[in-house]
Unconditional design. Structure first.
Length: 117
């Protein structure tokens, strides 16, 4: 499918993926973007290693973002805040409607304190 905005400008999936990652990492509580866990179907596909997947359908965007959370945060609140920030950022920069954003928590960052004296 072609991803043109109202002015006829084509925006690549990679550019939108970078917008999504930048918007997600602005949220306190998200430690990093991580690769989608591999499954048997994804082993042979290059896209399985990406941390953001973007689909274009019916002139709207569907986004999957795979993240690592910081330890001790309210996961639901952080995900809702990330969804809101991603939607606003992508819609403002591309002019395309974002229909769905799924945040997948793949890992949690655990900070181990140095206990040696």
């Amino acid at each position: 499918m072609e991803n043109k905005n109202d002015q006829g400008i084509v925006i690549s999936e990679d550019v939108i993926s970078k917008m999504v990652a930048t918007a997600a990492l602005e949220i306190d509580g998200i430690a990093d973007m991580v690769s989608k866990p591999a499954n048997i179907k994804g082993i042979f596909k290059d896209k399985s290693a990406k941390s953001v997947h973007v689909k274009f359908n019916d002139n709207a965007l569907y986004i999957d973002a795979f993240v690592k959370m910081k330890m001790g945060v309210d996961i639901v609140s952080v995900c809702e805040e990330a969804q809101k920030n991603i939607k606003e950022s992508v819609q403002n920069m591309t002019g395309k409607a974002v229909s769905k954003i799924s945040i997948h928590v793949v890992d949690i960052e655990i900070n181990e304190k140095n206990t040696s004296k």
